[in-house]
Ligand binder design. Structure first.
Ligand code: UN1
Length: 511
């Protein structure tokens, strides 16, 4: 049996599948088949029948009904089910991690790391399930108490991107479930197999616990059909979406227009400032992983290196030496450091960005080429370093490819200015051994991003922190810290235990 066949069997996949599930049998009635290709070889991995409008309505009915019962279950009991999901993911980690690599193209250690993020968020959510707490507040009135409590919000809609095909679902749904919400997940049409595999795992856990269908739903379908319905659907009070800024502006507009809530996690343009006071070995390792890891297809990938002029040449020389050693190829081969881009469209974007950079005054330091290999799809490129001014149009745009733009600075204030002078605001980092430099980067005068680090890179955040960013990154926060609050509705309660009525603000009102 081939390695692919083994993974398919272990995760309940077949060559032809239906794309919708509310917990039991898979269904889809559109007749519209989605071909799923291996980005490494271009081979057809499977075909999925996409869900249509009728399937969507059936799913929404199930998830809306299930919400009413799911919220009855005490939060720690919901947490217990999420704990079991974490256990099931542990048991399937190797196969699911390999499937992520097979379908998305990230190298195996990163595929496994992504499943680890799911396991970690399940653990986090279990703890959270006993601590969805609100404060007690001091009332101005005698013998009164004020407090806040948090209630389940409703079914939530989760729209995810191809680059983290499974972790982002878990970030959202593990929290949503302990918060008492049910949900509908629409995965990227580029990575439906990992989504089907996750739902199979969740289905087993929910069924074993006798939970009714509709708590966990997945729907593979066209953005124009299913995505549009979700964002316009008043039955989904929250839409959490990961993707491009263009997509996010549309979703934010429509969901905002119906006064729904959205969590948007959109484009990044993440930079690392490397001071002359930095530990060079650490800076090099972090810049290398940030720019080349996941073939530059993380929202948090390092897109810009802003380097102090005294160390600029030496640093780049060392970086290029690392780039020359990058082994490019099959993501499942343990020797590979960089796999393919997701598809030919991504390669076209890479080529167009390199061309635009050259036209805008850039100087190619390394890479810039598409690789053609026998038995491989046209999805492999060289990781690329380009020297170019920060204000160039291409530097201001996020290209989802392994291209890093490098630039010099003299004074730190100038580096901060360049750093913040882009439309996006997701992740950021400074490498320095100076406390003053580091602290000023984290201060109000420093990085304007949702994530700001000292002496670690821009990518690879832990789940325990809130994840997301400012400006065109969309402002949403997912994952750790108090991101759970977005999945619940807040209620302020004032209780009079003294019997006498007192109006606030000293208002007198007696007949
Ligand atoms: C994303 O690229 O959408 O911080 C998510 C990171 C990962 C998640 C990235 N933990 O790079």
């Amino acid at each position: 049996m081939s390695a692919t066949a083994k993974i398919f069997r272990s995760l309940g996949l077949s060559k032809k599948m239906k794309g919708a599930s509310i917990g039991g049998e898979w269904f889809a009635t559109s007749g519209d088949m989605l071909d799923v290709f291996n980005p490494t070889t271009g081979e057809l991995l499977a075909q999925v029948e996409q869900a249509g409008a009728k399937d969507y309505q059936a799913m929404m009915k199930a998830t809306t009904n299930a919400f009413v019962n799911w919220r009855e279950l005490p939060a720690p009991k919901r947490g217990e089910i999420v704990r079991q999901l974490g256990e099931a993911l542990r048991a399937k980690k190797d196969d699911l991690g390999a499937l992520v690599s097979l379908e998305m193209g990230k190298i195996l250690t990163e595929g496994l790391g992504e499943v680890q993020e799911m396991i970690d968020i399940c653990d986090f959510a279990v703890g959270l399930s006993r601590n969805l707490s609100g404060p007690t507040l001091q009332s101005e009135r005698p013998k009164h108490r004020m407090m806040e409590q948090w209630h389940p919000l409703g079914p939530v809609g989760v729209i995810t991107a191809f680059n983290f095909p499974v972790a982002v679902w878990a970030w959202n749904m593990a929290l949503a479930w302990v918060c008492g919400d049910t949900g509908v997940w629409k995965p990227s049409s580029k990575t439906p197999l990992t989504a089907i595999a996750c739902q199979n795992i969740a289905n087993e856990v929910f069924t074993r616990n006798g939970i009714e269908h509709g708590v966990s739903c997945v729907i593979v379908g066209r953005g124009a059909v299913i995505g549009e319905k979700m964002i316009n659907d008043d039955r989904l009070p929250l839409i959490s979406a990961t993707g491009s800024t263009r997509m996010g502006k549309r979703i934010g507009g429509i969901v905002g227009g119906r006064l729904g809530r959205s969590i948007l996690e959109l484009g990044g343009n993440n930079a690392m400032i490397i001071s002359e006071k930095a530990d060079m070995t650490g800076a090099l390792a972090s810049a290398f992983f940030g720019a080349v890891g996941t073939a530059g297809q993380r929202c948090t990938s390092t897109r810009r290196l802003i380097i102090q002029e005294k160390i600029y040449d030496t640093f780049l020389k060392k970086l290029v030496a690392n780039y020359e050693k990058v082994r490019i190829g099959d993501p499942l081969d343990p020797k590979t450091l960089m796999g393919p881009l997701i598809d030919e469209g991504a390669v076209n974007d890479y080529e167009a960005a390199v061309k635009a950079a050259m036209a805008q005054g850039g100087r190619l330091i390394y890479g810039g080429k598409v690789l053609r290999r026998k038995g491989c799809a046209r999805t492999f490129v060289l990781p690329t370093i380009i020297e170019i001014a920060n204000k160039s149009e291409i530097v201001q745009t996020e290209t989802f490819a392994p291209i890093v733009y490098v630039m010099k600075y003299k004074k730190l204030e100038q580096a901060f200015k360049m750093h913040n002078d882009v439309p996006q605001g997701l992740s950021s980092s400074i490498y320095t051994d100076s406390v003053n430099e580091g602290e000023s980067f984290l201060s109000y005068k420093g990085s304007d991003c949702g994530i700001a680090n000292i002496n670690i890179g821009t990518s690879g955040a832990e789940i325990g922190g809130a994840f997301g960013g400012e400006k065109e990154t969309g402002g949403g926060r997912e994952s750790g810290s108090d991101a759970w609050k977005a999945y619940m509705r807040r209620q302020t309660n004032t209780i009079n235990w003294g019997g006498e009525v007192h109006l606030a603000q000293g208002v007198e009102f007696k007949a």
